[in-house]
Design a protein around this ligand. Structure first.
Ligand code: COA
Length: 540
């Protein structure tokens, strides 16, 4: 493979200004992550109460379980950002992948300092998404349970529907049946629905003094039966380990429980992260020849000024080497092969608008990767498919549809990163969330919407004016509509709005991207090859 000849250098005139602007984006990302972790002023009281009970903070719990030096790929840290009056940082739940004895596990851990660890709509979405990732990537799940169950004021948004609370238990039971171990450590009160997380687990450890499981807590028992009973007498660790058998192991402290959990993990017979099954071509990894941190200086501070996908790829792939496919044709999409932490991948990246040729080239390339069983990495930065009479005559609708159909039917592992704009059907053809990539991450400069705020102003103002008999609408009224549309689109295409709602699996600083995706690829390499599927009907 050839080394990419980069054109952007750190001493370029625009580099420093871009890098300074990106630094601000990264500072905001770090600040917001810190707020989720440390709690900000509003959560101090519940954090103090939690610590006074001798309990560990949720991320310290995970640290106590994973191997020393293990990475932890935390997912959707900023879920629920800006929602629920900012009272549910991270949606009160931490999910992510870490290694135990070299084996990757999915962690689902409640943060009891956020609404008692109870589950709001975004918490359930995050919990279920983590289970789906576990299912697709062949991971066992470790539940660190410290939760008041369903967040009762919003019960209609978390209880009855397909991917609500019931859906999480459905998934848990089916993951277990697939031989993906479901292990729980009970670290708080598990009431009602919450009791089923440990009860559906393959093995359970309960911590004496803090872990409790009951279908109805003491207040309910008092109301229903008139019985007055202490929490530990009703569902404590000793009762459940020695009498009911709901729990399998009794631990006298959190740390003892995590040591026990690690022993349990050691006897699950799962493949370590570095054991490949041989269906993916994996070589020795090599760092990129150009520093990934240079991406900060490449992404334009002004989002209307495009940046070159090859410059980004050169900062992400092994040795900055890239074997381009059809580099002379359909140039608004860059396709080619590279190694990513040693894994051979096919990369599809946008260089702006998708034209008919670019769509055909991408479709051809997807089919190549599908045939050769090579995972696909999509780097999204597009305003969508080309519009206009010339494009329509050239058949952009059917060519775009071919790309969309190829992406939808590709059975090789697919991964998506939003590195810039993700607009219109470009989001679909480039493997957006609706196309179920194994993981989807976004950069803090990304934007996602049906169209840009600028275009939306023109389109929506015209539509609204047509309805209002535009000729009689005053300029001030037109301006008001324009401002309203601009504000709506700017707010809703913001990456924090997107990550808050779990349209992605988390925001990444560009420099974190190589390692994050490297781990994701390693997960696929330890699984059996996914069976190839039939091709769809392509409209010619
Ligand atoms: N729904 C909504 N809010 C809940 C909740 C739930 N299921 N469980 C806890 N909370 C909230 C509390 O209202 C409180 O909110 P605040 O900080 O705004 O005051 C916060 O979480 C902490 O709860 P608190 O009871 O003070 O903490 P605790 O550590 O003493 O007890 C629990 C934690 C989970 C054991 C206890 O809150 C509890 O039993 N909750 C109800 C459990 C239940 O019946 N669930 C039904 C599930 S179907």
């Amino acid at each position: 493979m050839n080394r990419i000849e980069v054109r952007v250098r750190p001493d370029d005139p625009t580099f420093a200004a871009n890098a300074a602007a990106y630094r601000r984006l990264v500072d905001t990302l770090e600040e917001r992550r810190r707020f989720v972790i440390d709690g900000g002023a509003g959560r101090q009281r519940s954090i103090e109460r939690h610590l006074a009970r001798g309990k560990l903070m949720v991320r310290d719990r995970i640290d106590a379980v994973i191997d020393e030096g293990s990475p932890f790929l935390e997912l959707s840290t900023l879920a629920a950002w800006g929602q629920y009056g900012d009272e549910a940082p991270g949606a009160g739940i931490v999910t992510g992948i870490g290694l135990v004895h070299g084996v990757p596990w999915m962690f689902i851990a409640n943060d009891a300092t956020v609404k008692g660890g109870s589950l709001l709509p975004m918490s359930i979405k995050k919990h279920v998404r983590a289970q789906d990732i576990a299912a697709e990537n062949g991971l066992g799940v470790i539940y660190l349970v410290d939760s008041g169950g369903a967040f009762l004021p919003l019960q209609d948004e978390i209880f009855p529907d397909k991917d609500h609370f019931g859906g999480s238990f459905y998934r848990q039971a089916r993951l277990s049946a697939r031989g993906l171990p479901q292990l729980s450590v009970v670290l708080g009160g598990c009431t009602a629905g919450g009791a089923y997380v440990p009860a559906l687990s393959d093995e359970v450890v309960m911590v004496d003094g803090i872990g409790r499981i009951f279908l109805g807590g003491p207040p309910i028992v008092k109301a229903a039966l008139g019985e007055i009973v202490e929490p530990d007498e009703l569902g404590g660790a000793v009762l459940h380990t020695r009498e009911s058998g709901v729990s399998d192991h009794l631990a006298s402290s959190e740390l003892e429980a995590y040591a026990k959990l690690r022993e349990i993990c050691a006897a699950t017979n799962l493949a370590p992260v570095d054991r490949t099954t041989g269906w993916l071509d994996v070589a020795d990894p090599e760092p990129p020849a150009h520093d990934p941190a240079e991406i900060h200086g490449i992404v334009s501070a002004d989002e209307r000024i495009p940046f070159d996908a090859l410059e980004i790829i050169a900062r992400l792939v092994d040795g900055s080497r890239f074997e381009a496919f059809k580099p002379e044709w359909g140039t608004s999409i860059v396709c080619g092969f590279a190694r990513w932490w040693g894994h051979l991948v096919g990369i599809i990246a946008n260089n702006g608008i998708i034209f008919s040729e670019s769509a055909l080239k991408a479709t051809h390339f997807i089919e190549l990767c599908e045939q050769r069983r090579i995972p696909l990495v999509f780097l999204q930065n597009t305003s969508g498919y080309m519009v206009g009479r010339d494009s329509e005559i050239a058949g952009i609708a059917k060519h775009g549809a071919k790309m969309v159909a190829a992406v939808a039917n590709a059975t090789v592992p697919r991964y998506t990163v939003l590195i810039g704009g993700s607009y219109g059907a470009g989001n679909y053809g480039m493997c957006g969330r609706g196309f179920a990539p194994r993981f989807l991450f976004a950069w803090p400069n990304s934007r996602i919407a049906t169209m840009s705020a600028e275009t939306a102003q023109t389109v929506l103002v015209d539509i609204r004016l047509a309805g209002l008999r535009g000729d009689r609408t005053s300029p001030a009224e037109v301006e008001r509509i324009r401002a309203e549309v601009a504000e709506q689109y700017e707010t809703q295409s913001d990456p924090y709005y997107a990550t808050s709602r779990l349209w992605d699996d988390g925001l990444l600083d560009p420099v974190e991207t190589r390692d994050a995706l490297g781990l994701c690829l390693a997960l696929a390499a330890r699984q059996p090859a996914p069976p190839a599927g039939p091709a769809p009907v392509y409209r010619m």
